[in-house]
Design a protein around this ligand. Sequence first.
Ligand SMILES: N=c1c2ncn([C@@H]3O[C@H](COP(=O)(O)OP(=O)(O)OP(=O)(O)O)[C@@H](O)[C@H]3O)c2ncn1[C@@H]1O[C@H](COP(=O)(O)O)[C@@H](O)[C@H]1O
Length: 94
Amino acid sequence: MSNEIVDELYKVILDRIEKRPTGSYTAEIVNKGKAYVARKVGEESVETIVASLAENKERFISEVADLIYHLLVLMALEGVTPDDIYRELERRRK
Ligand SMILES: N=c1c2ncn([C@@H]3O[C@H](COP(=O)(O)OP(=O)(O)OP(=O)(O)O)[C@@H](O)[C@H]3O)c2ncn1[C@@H]1O[C@H](COP(=O)(O)O)[C@@H](O)[C@H]1O
């Protein structure tokens, strides 16, 4: 996965949070509050675990993508950028 796709998705998410356009799923869940978005991250984590243990690779990939998207929305609400995470991972690199 290239950083470019994650960075671009994050920018789209920031734009949706700012403009809250009708029909945007991001705007819909953000309008429900941070706790709702955090719960979605938990839900998608569980679905990822289930896909890993009881389903197939295709389902697993789909659930990981759902999880990353919801995590990016929560990061945006926390004011944390993908660069912040890249820096932290870089700091941990051995
Ligand atoms: N990458 C995603 C993405 N991944 C997953 N999802 C949504 O996440 C939901 C998955 O959660 P669930 O399986 O729980 O589905 P659900 O029942 O609809 O969700 P809830 O009613 O429980 O909230 C689906 O509705 C997906 O559409 C996403 N929605 C949007 N994006 C991207 O985000 C950007 C902004 O999208 P909009 O905000 O819709 O314009 C665009 O680039 C989109 O491609």
